[in-house]
Design a protein around this ligand. Structure first.
Ligand code: PEP
Ligand code: MG
Length: 579
C-alpha cells in the first residue's frame, strides 16, 4: 500500500464513534528466550514466583486505573489476567520443568504455550480467543524474568493505533490522551481491544485483515467504529465530509450532556435522583459534566491503595474536602472503607482467607480494626462541615453491626467536640444492602438508618452464590434475576414503610433495561458511573412511573433473567425507546 491511493478496508465494528488522524503501528518486540540447565531448582522457582508477583502488582494497578473510568467488566480483564497467574496447573507445569533442570524463562514460556494452544483448540470462539490473554500474561512475567520492560509504544502526538491484535497490556499502557482510535488486523467484537476501547470512549474497528498492517506510519485514516470501516489515505472531499460527520456526532453528544443537566423527571412528573459513582478527586468532575445531581457512592478505597501506610487524618480531610467542593450544595454519599474480598491493602497484612468474599470485609473489620473506622469518621465529619454529607457502611448483614458502627461514629463526634474541632451536625447515616440477610431483615434495619443503598454487584454475587471475580460462572450472575429483584423490592418496601429513602449503586442502576423495573418498584435514587448518566436520564424522561408499576409486578413473577430482559425490552420498545 503506497499510502497515496484511497482505499476502504472493511472490518468488524468493535467500539462506536468516529476518528480521523495519522497512524502508528504498535508491534510487540520479540523477546529472546534463553535456554540453559540449572542446578538450584529452588532458587529458580523463587525467581519465577517473584516475577509472577511483580506481574500481579502491575495488573492490579491496571485494574484500578480502568475501574476508575468504566464498568467493572473492563476492569475484570485485568482481574482475569491476575487469576491466570494463580492458575495451579500453569505454575505446576513450569515447576516440573524447573525441577527437571530447565531455567525459569524456558520452563515458563513452554507452560504458557502449552495452555495457550490448548485454549486455541476449543471450538467456542470467545474461549479460544482467550489464548491471547494467556500469552499476554506470559509475556509480562517473562519480561520480569529477563529484567526488560514489555511496556508498549510511547506516543508523542495524537494517533490512530494500528496493530495485529492489541493485548490488554498494549492498550492500557498507551497514553489515552493521545489515542484517537484503534484499527486491528485480527480480533472479534468481544476482543479486549473492543472492550477497552469502549471503556475509554474511543472508536475501534477490528478484524480488518493483514492489509491494515501494511499501512505506513503517519498515514491519514478515517476510522468509523460504528460501521466498521477504515478509509486509508482519503481524498480531500472524503476527509471533509467525514469531519462534518464527526462534528454532527459531537454536537449530538453535547446535546445529550446538555439535556442531562436538567433534573430527571419522569413523563408523569415523578422526580428521580440520578447521581454518580466516583472513586476520588480525579473522576469527580466527570459526574458534574454528565449531569450528576450528586454522588450516590464515593468509594473511599482509593485513598488507602497504592501506598505503604494508612493515610493520616489530615490527608483524608484534604481529599474529602476536594471532592465535596466539586459537588457543593449537592448530596454526597460517602462509603466507608470497603476492603477485604477482592480488595487487598498490602500494608495492613490482612490474614489469608479461604473464602475472602465471605470473610473479614467491609463493616466486619470493625471487630479488630476499629481505629481505622474511628479515624475515617473523624476525617469525614470534619471535612463534611457545610456539605450535604451522607455516610454509609458496606457489607452489613445484621442489626448489631449497625449499632456497633453507629457507636463508633458517635465516639468520633464526641472526641471532635471535646477537642474543639469542627464537626458536621446534619449527617445522614445509611447502609449498603448487599447481603441477602440485610435485605430479608430490611424491615428491622430500616428503623436504625436514614437510608439504604442497594449494592447489586454484591447482592447478586451472594444471592446466586457466584464469586464475582470468577469468569467461569459469571453467566450465572445476572442482577435481573427475579430472585435479586425480589430482594430489591423487599428493601424498597421496608424502607418506605419507615419513611426512609432508597438508592441503588450497583452496575444495575446504569442499565437501561433495569430502569422501568426499578422505577416501577419505587426506587428513589439511581447511582452509576458518570458515562451512563445522560442515557439513563433520557430513558427516565420517556417513562411513566404509573406504567412501570405493572411491569415490575410482572417481572417479579417470571422464571429467569432472560425472561425479565425480554419483557423489559418489549416494554421499552412499546414506549418508543430503542436502545
Ligand atoms: C455493590 O456491591 O453493588 C457495590 C456498589 O459495591 P462494590 O462494587 O464496590 O462492591
Ligand atoms: Mg459491594
Amino acid at each position: 500500500m503506497t499510502g497515496k491511493v484511497s482505499t476502504t478496508l472493511n472490518g468488524i465494528p468493535a467500539a462506536p464513534g468516529l476518528a480521523h488522524g495519522r497512524t502508528i503501528i504498535v508491534t510487540q518486540e520479540k523477546l529472546e528466550i534463553p535456554h540453559y540447565e540449572i542446578e538450584d531448582a529452588e532458587g529458580e522457582m523463587e525467581r519465577l514466583m517473584a516475577a509472577c508477583e511483580q506481574g500481579k502488582e502491575e495488573l492490579y494497578a491496571f485494574k484500578e486505573e480502568v475501574s476508575g473510568r468504566s464498568k467493572s467488566d473492563e476492569a475484570q480483564i485485568f482481574e482475569a489476567h491476575r487469576m491466570i497467574l494463580e492458575d495451579v496447573a500453569l505454575l505446576d507445569r513450569a515447576k516440573e520443568a524447573i525441577q527437571g533442570g530447565v531455567n525459569a524463562e524456558k520452563a515458563w514460556t513452554d507452560s504458557i504455550e502449552y495452555f495457550a494452544q490448548m485454549m486455541e483448540q476449543i471450538p467456542d470462539e470467545t474461549l479460544s480467543s482467550r489464548a491471547v490473554d494467556i500469552r499476554d500474561v506470559g509475556r509480562r512475567v517473562l519480561g520480569h524474568l529477563l529484567g526488560v520492560s514489555v511496556g508498549g509504544t510511547v506516543l508523542t502526538h495524537p494517533s490512530i493505533i494500528l496493530g495485529d491484535e492489541l493485548t490488554p497490556s498494549d492498550t492500557v499502557s498507551l497514553d489515552k490522551d493521545l489515542v484517537l482510535g484503534f484499527a486491528t488486523a485480527q480480533g472479534g467484537p468481544t476482543s479486549h481491544t473492543a472492550i477497552l476501547a469502549k471503556a475509554f470512549g474511543l472508536p475501534a474497528v477490528v478484524g480488518l485483515g493483514a492489509e491494515i498492517l501494511s499501512v505506513p506510519n503517519g498515514t491519514l485514516v478515517l476510522v468509523d467504529g460504528t460501521l466498521g470501516t477504515v478509509v486509508v489515505s482519503p481524498d480531500e472531499s472524503a476527509l471533509a465530509s467525514f469531519i462534518e460527520k464527526e462534528k454532527a456526532a459531537e454536537k449530538e453528544q453535547a446535546e445529550a450532556r446538555n439535556a442531562a443537566q436538567a433534573p430527571a423527571v419522569t413523563a408523569d412528573g415523578e422526580r428521580v435522583e440520578v447521581v454518580a459513582n466516583i472513586g476520588g478527586v480525579a473522576d469527580a468532575p466527570l459526574g458534574i459534566k454528565n449531569g450528576a445531581e450528586g454522588v450516590g457512592l464515593f468509594r473511599t478505597e482509593f485513598l488507602y491503595l497504592d501506598r505503604n501506610t494508612l493515610p493520616s487524618e489530615e490527608e483524608q480531610i484534604e481529599a474529602y474536602q476536594a471532592v465535596f467542593h466539586i459537588y457543593q450544595g449537592l448530596p454526597i454519599v460517602v462509603r466507608t472503607l470497603d476492603i477485604g474480598g477482592d480488595k487487598a491493602i498490602p500494608y495492613l497484612d490482612l490474614p489469608k482467607e479461604l473464602n475472602p468474599f465471605l470473610g473479614w470485609r467491609g463493616v466486619r473489620m470493625l471487630d479488630g480494626a476499629e481505629e481505622i473506622f474511628l479515624q475515617q469518621f473523624r476525617a469525614l465529619l470534619q471535612a463534611g462541615v457545610g456539605a450535604d454529607l451522607r455516610i454509609m457502611v458496606p457489607m452489613v448483614s445484621n442489626l448489631a453491626e449497625i449499632r456497633a458502627v453507629k457507636a463508633v461514629m458517635e465516639k468520633a463526634k464526641g472526641q471532635l467536640k471535646a477537642e474543639g474541632r469542627p464537626c458536621a451536625e446534619q449527617v445522614q447515616f445509611g447502609i449498603m444492602v448487599e447481603v441477602p440477610s440485610a435485605a430479608l431483615l430490611a424491615d428491622r434495619l430500616a428503623k436504625e438508618v436514614d437510608f439504604f443503598s442497594i449494592g447489586t454487584n454484591d447482592l447478586t454475587q451472594y444471592t446466586t452464590a457466584v464469586d464475582r471475580t470468577n469468569s467461569k460462572v459469571a453467566h450465572l450472575a445476572n442482577p435481573l434475576n427475579p430472585a435479586v429483584l425480589a430482594l430489591i423490592k423487599r428493601t424498597i418496601d421496608c424502607a418506605h414503610a419507615e419513611g426512609k429513602w432508597v438508592g441503588l449503586c450497583g452496575e444495575l442502576a446504569g442499565e437501561p433495561l433495569a430502569s422501568p423495573i426499578l422505577l416501577g418498584l419505587g426506587l428513589d435514587e439511581y447511582s452509576m458511573s458518570p458515562a451512563r448518566i445522560p442515557l439513563i436520564k433520557r430513558v427516565m424522561k420517556s417513562l411513566s412511573k404509573a406504567d412501570c408499576q405493572p411491569l415490575a409486578d410482572q417481572v417479579l413473577g417470571l422464571n429467569d433473567p432472560d425472561e425479565v430482559m425480554k419483557a423489559s425490552e418489549a416494554f421499552l420498545k412499546k414506549q418508543g425507546i430503542e436502545l
